[in-house]
Ligand binder design. Structure first.
Ligand SMILES: Nc1ncnc2c1ncn2[C@@H]1O[C@H](COP(=O)(O)OP(=O)(O)OP(=O)(O)O)[C@@H](O)[C@H]1O
Ligand SMILES: [Mg+2]
Length: 243
C-alpha cells in the first residue's frame, strides 16, 4: 500500500516544565490515496492539532510528515503557504467563509490566489457549485444561506485547487440533523470520486462512512477499526460508539 500521507513520531507540545502539554504525542499515521479516515476522541485529545500539523497550519515539535512525496515538516514558510493553498483543502466546523464575498467568489478565491486566470477560476467554481448542489446560489452572500449550505460552499472552496488531501475538522459540528445528512452525502460523493479525506468528527454517522476509524486519547492513537473492505477490524468499537 502506498500512502499519500504518513507521519512518523509526530509530536506537538505546548508550554514547558510543569505546564508541558503533549497535544500530539508520537503519532504514526498512514493514509492511502483515495482513503477516508475518521478520527474520533474526547475534547482536548489533540484531533485539531493533528489536522493543523498535517495541513501546514501549525509546526510540529518533532517527527516527520510526508505528503505526496514531500516532507511537510521541512518546508520553508513560503513553501508551507503554497502547500496550504494548493495541496490541502480545509473544512472547518465554523465554515470560515468570507461574508463580504459572494458564494462563487468564495469558491474561486483559492484558485485566484494560486495564480489561475479569473476565467479558469470562475469555470472551476461554477463546476464545484454544481457538484455541491448550489449552482443557483453563486451570487448570494454566505449570510443568506443555511448552515448546511454554507458548509457545502466551504467544501467546494476546499476543492478549488484539486487538493491531494482534504482535512475536515468537525464539519457537521454546527449543523442540525438534516444539514448533517447533506454534508454526509457530499463526503460520500467525494470518497467515491477518489478524494483522500481525513475527517475529525464526533458524529458516528460521519465516521461510519470512513474506510477506517481511529480513536485518539491524550495525543496518541489508541484504537483503529477498519470499516470497509476488510475483516481485521474490531467492529465492536463502532457498536460501542452508538447509543
Ligand atoms: N495554542 C495552544 N496553546 C496551548 N495549548 C494548546 C493550544 N492549542 C491546543 N492546546 C492544547 O492541546 C491539547 C489538544 O488540543 P486540540 O484542540 O487539538 O484538541 P481537540 O481534540 O481538537 O479537542 P476538541 O474536540 O475540543 O476540538 C489540549 O490540551 C489543548 O488545551
Ligand atoms: Mg478540535
Amino acid at each position: 500500500m502506498s500512502s499519500i500521507l504518513s507521519t512518523r513520531g509526530l509530536t506537538r507540545t505546548y508550554g514547558d516544565g510543569e505546564s508541558l502539554v503533549r497535544a500530539v504525542d508520537g503519532v504514526d499515521l498512514d493514509v492511502a490515496a483515495g482513503e477516508t479516515v475518521a478520527v474520533m476522541g474526547p475534547s482536548g485529545c489533540g484531533k485539531s492539532t493533528l489536522l493543523h500539523l498535517v495541513g501546514g497550519l501549525d509546526r510540529a515539535s518533532g517527527g516527520e510528515i510526508h505528503l505526496a512525496g514531500r516532507r511537510v515538516d521541512q518546508l520553508t514558510e513560503r513553501a508551507l503557504a503554497r502547500l496550504r493553498r494548493t495541496d490541502v483543502g480545509f473544512v472547518f466546523q465554523a465554515f470560515h467563509l468570507m461574508d463580504e464575498l459572494t458564494v462563487i467568489e468564495n469558491v474561486e478565491l483559492p484558485a485566484l490566489l494560486a495564480g489561475r486566470s479569473p476565467r479558469a477560476a470562475r469555470a472551476r467554481a461554477t463546476e464545484l457549485l454544481r457538484r455541491v448542489g448550489l449552482d443557483a446560489k453563486g451570487d448570494a452572500l454566505p449570510t443568506a444561506l443555511s448552515g448546511g449550505q454554507r458548509q457545502r460552499v466551504a467544501v467546494a472552496r476546499a476543492l478549488s485547487n484539486e487538493p491531494v488531501l482534504v482535512l475536515a475538522d468537525e464539519p457537521t459540528g454546527n449543523l442540525d440533523s438534516a444539514a448533517t445528512l447533506d454534508v454526509l452525502r457530499l463526503f460520500e460523493d467525494l470518497h467515491e470520486a477518489g478524494q483522500t479525506l481525513v475527517i475529525v468528527t464526533h458524529d458516528e454517522r460521519i465516521a461510519a462512512t470512513a474506510d477506517r476509524l481511529i480513536s485518539m486519547r491524550d495525543g496518541a492513537f489508541v484504537d483503529e477499526t477498519r470499516l470497509t473492505g476488510g475483516t481485521t477490524g474490531h467492529l465492536g468499537a463502532l457498536a460501542g460508539l452508538e447509543g
